[in-house]
Design a protein around this ligand. Sequence first.
Ligand code: PEP
Ligand code: MN
Length: 376
Amino acid sequence: MQITPIKDWGHPFNHPLIMSGPCSVESEQQVKETAQQLKDFNIDILRGGIWKPRTRPNSFEGIGSVGLKWLKEAGASIGKPVATEVANVKHVYEALRMGIDILWIGARTTVNPFAVQEICDALQGVDIPVLVKNPINPDLELWIGALERLNRSGITKLAAIHRGFSTHEKSKYRNIPRWNIPIELKRRYPDLPIICDPSHICGNRDLLREVAQTALDIGFEGLHLESHTCPDKALSDAKQQLTPEAFGHLVSSLHARISIEENPLAENQLEVLRNRIDDLDKYLLEVLSERMDVVRDIAEYKRENNLAIVQPSRWTEILESRLDTGMRKQLTDKFIKELFHAVHKESIHHQTQIMLNGEENAMIKGNGEPMNNKNK
Ligand code: PEP
Ligand code: MN
């Protein structure tokens, strides 16, 4: 993908970039007052939803096109560019006509390649930044697909918004972050900026700071936090919005991290630590490989003595003792369980291979016994 860095988007954005404003534009007064109250907190982009994708009908589905002018004027009154969500071609044309500066594609649109492609076709030849929210389901390829479609239609001022993933699991989040997904996106496209949206991840105000700080610690390029003059009365996402004042408070309590490129000294020290990690990983793999050698010896023994591969009591004993040792070494029980389940799975794989090969060799030699003669 060909990506234009945020500093070349034509706006004097800060690092990290901060985007705030109401979930929905509800009235001219509401969006203009929100903008005025945000003025002191140095935001980079004023956001406001005009068309709202609601789960059930009969909820507030957005003020519609009339709100575009209010949003644009609210941004102009504080000298900031404005952004809104577009979900179809009509939205794109209306937003462009009103001079909306930045568009975003919502999570419910990113899941649908037909909808994304129609938006891309409507944006052909238009030089506007587009932010792409992750799809509601944890599908990295779908997220990348939407970004690629936009890029192929000439949009290079692109960024991803990480807003968490829908889940049926019990969770303290409205949408669980699954940090590994945006981190993998960053690994594949290091130039693609990622903005974290703690508001839609958390779904409530209590967890916002923790999630926002984690995003900065990881090294994301920006934050997206919803704000409203009177959050409890908001017509959408009331529980997660902050007053502009609380927003300012939260942002000023965060620690921005600097990137390695800005601090070459850190690069050298990190290099030393990374070399240690490389050595330790090599050692880890050697130990695992040696463990599998022993596993194969065990499998040979089991085959010769006609013993079943899995001995449940032994597996329980391994898990319990490794949990005990690992936790004393400051490793989480979730990690130890996952690690040893993976090791066990690999061991079973090696053992079944040895059993099968042994059977085959026996058959070739003609001394394989039919199953019902075994254990006599
Ligand atoms: C929003 O930003 O208000 C919104 C609807 O977000 P999402 O697409 O992430 O649910
Ligand atoms: Mn919202």
